[in-house]
Design a protein around this ligand. Structure first.
Ligand SMILES: Nc1ncnc2c1ncn2[C@@H]1O[C@H](COP(=O)(O)OP(=O)(O)OP(=O)(O)O)[C@@H](O)[C@H]1O
Ligand SMILES: [Mg+2]
Length: 504
């Protein structure tokens, strides 16, 4: 509707001003909050679809499956039509272009990452390791990097752990204590991850970020919908995965300052899971990435039941706010309500705290950033009805969307490359830190090596670019581990979260 921004809805009093989330301020992040059933997902759906219409790709997790309806045209009932009419909106049913993804590969195209790309820091969080165990995992990664053993899937990591365990004495002498008990704990945690079905997530082909930033030939942004109903059963995997994705975006994308439109909008549903049990060091990194990713043109929108679930340092950076109704029965809820109310620029026409409690379904207090980046006066707003379907897509509809997806051919089939597991199981004599055997020069391998060299060159170029642009801010934070993989001539550069800076 508006060509400068997303039409979120219409103020209910005064001049009934349209509430517009400016494209040029969309990278100043945002918050969608409210108690269960108050309209958060629908708000996310309307904002996502309008970004898509404006050519901006979106990524959003679909916790309950109801966001999938965005892939289908709506069938507005009388209530929705009346709502549209109240805001003089011509509600034309329309579907958004959608790519369904699923870490388990069932309700969408599989999303994969490699163990190596995930890195020791995030993996330690995923496996719920303590400091000592995390230290051991770091050594395992270091030895693998040094020996040019690729850690792609869980089998690779397991083989590598065994390898380190068998050579514990020599490795401990060089890198620090690796206790067998720590290795055993990590092995057990890996097994648990596998029983959760997460083994499919680690492997190749790994997700390329550019595939999350696609547009259609007619210039609309794809909405990447991540099926999260099963994923949310493993909150650690869910939150670590999204954290990984955020850090990848941060590491990979070039600086663009404040673009006219964001390059990608990222919705982080059940956002409180991200911060639950996060160490102070991790919290600091999240806060830092949220702050810095803005100049890469990425807008992050946290969706949560209560804004009090989000640390103040992060909350303070969320400029665009949509607050649905909150209930406040318990003392904790009352505290949350008070904090939520205080974060809004007051409107003299009403008391914010009372208003939040009185909001109906699909109504919200809205305050968005203006051209100068100031929060607008809070307005009680009727959220616009979606043009796409309110409610889930069924299995057949989902399958149809997936069949015509631009990425199916790229990701639907897993690939198992020659990596640590294969190398280590083939070795007959293993010494502590052996000169890795040259790999057999078969035709395929030569091709792989040429590819690796090309990737390496590209990696270096990107690395220089990233280093140049983020030097001032990240020079302290980034612990760059350089280790030359002798066998493959690879150089692994690890970023802010210890994830590998990718070569592509
Ligand atoms: N903008 C809107 N226009 C019309 N109807 C709406 C709107 N927002 C919400 N509704 C109605 O309210 C219902 C619940 O909304 P929604 O699913 O978005 O809540 P939620 O806050 O995401 O809940 P939960 O926390 O349980 O996921 C919707 O199915 C829809 O019928
Ligand atoms: Mg919801």
């Amino acid at each position: 509707m508006a060509d400068t921004g997303v039409f979120v809805g219409q103020a209910e009093s005064g001049d009934k001003l349209p509430q517009v989330l400016l494209y040029s301020r969309a990278n100043r992040h945002g918050l969608v909050a409210g108690a269960t059933g108050t309209g958060k997902t629908v708000t996310l759906q309307v904002i996502a679809q309008e970004f898509s219409d404006a050519g901006v790709p979106v990524f959003a997790a679909d916790i309950k499956g109801d966001l999938s309806g965005v892939a289908l045209p709506g069938a507005p009932n009388e209530k929705l039509l009346a709502r549209a009419e109240a805001m003089q909106l011509d509600l034309k049913p329309a579907a958004a272009p959608v790519i369904f993804w699923d870490l388990f590969g069932k309700k969408g195209h599989p999303i994969r990452s490699t163990i190596s790309e995930m890195g020791p820091l995030l993996l330690a969080r995923l496996l719920e390791l303590n400091d000592t165990q995390e230290g051991v995992l770091n050594i395992v990664f270091h030895v693998a990097d040094k020996q040019g053993l690729m850690l792609l899937d869980i089998a690779d990591l397991r083989a590598m752990l065994n390898h380190v365990s068998e050579n514990a004495k020599a490795i401990s002498a060089e890198y620090g204590q690796v206790a067998p008990a720590s290795i055993a704990t990590i092995q057990r945690a890996l097994l648990q991850l596998e029983t959760q079905g997460a083994d499919g997530f680690f492997g190749e082909p790994a997700l390329k970020l550019s595939d999350l930033m696609r547009t259609t030939p007619d210039g609309r942004g794809y909405i990447n919908v991540l099926a999260a109903n099963q994923l949310i059963e493993s909150p650690r995997l869910y939150s670590t995965f999204l954290l990984w994705l955020m850090s990848e975006l941060f590491e990979e994308l070039p600086e663009v300052g404040d673009p006219e439109k964001p390059r990608l909008v990222f919705f982080f549903d059940e956002a409180h899971l991200l911060f639950r049990e996060a160490s102070p060091a991790l919290l600091q990194k999240i806060e830092q990435v949220v702050r810095l990713i803005r100049s890469k043109g990425v807008g992050i929108y946290f969706v949560t039941q209560n804004p009090a679930d989000i640390p103040d340092s992060v909350l303070a950076q969320l400029g665009n706010r949509v607050q649905h109704a909150l209930r406040a029965y318990t003392p904790a809820e009352q505290k949350g309500l008070k904090a939520a109310a205080q974060s809004f620029r007051p409107n003299p026409a009403f008391d914010t705290q009372t208003a939040i409690q009185d909001l109906g379904v699909g109504e919200a207090l809205v305050s968005l950033l203006d051209e100068k980046g100031r929060p607008t006066i809070t307005e009680k707003t009727l959220i616009r009805p979606p043009a796409s379907r309110l409610g889930p897509a069924n299995d057949a509809e989902r399958a149809q969307v997936m069949a015509s997806s631009p990425v199916g051919a790229l990701y639907d089939t897993a690939v198992d490359r020659h990596s640590a597991y294969e190398v280590l199981t083939q070795r007959t004599v293993v010494t502590a830190a052996p000169e890795p055997e040259p790999e057999p020069e078969v035709e395929e391998d030569r091709e792989t090596k040429a590819e690796e060299r090309a990737r390496l060159a590209e990696e270096k170029r990107r690395q220089r670019e990233t280093e140049r642009t983020t030097k001032q801010v990240t020079s302290v934070a980034v612990s760059v581990i350089r280790s030359v993989g002798v066998a493959l001539g690879r150089e692994l550069i690890r970023g802010m979260f210890g994830t590998v800076k990718r070569r592509r």
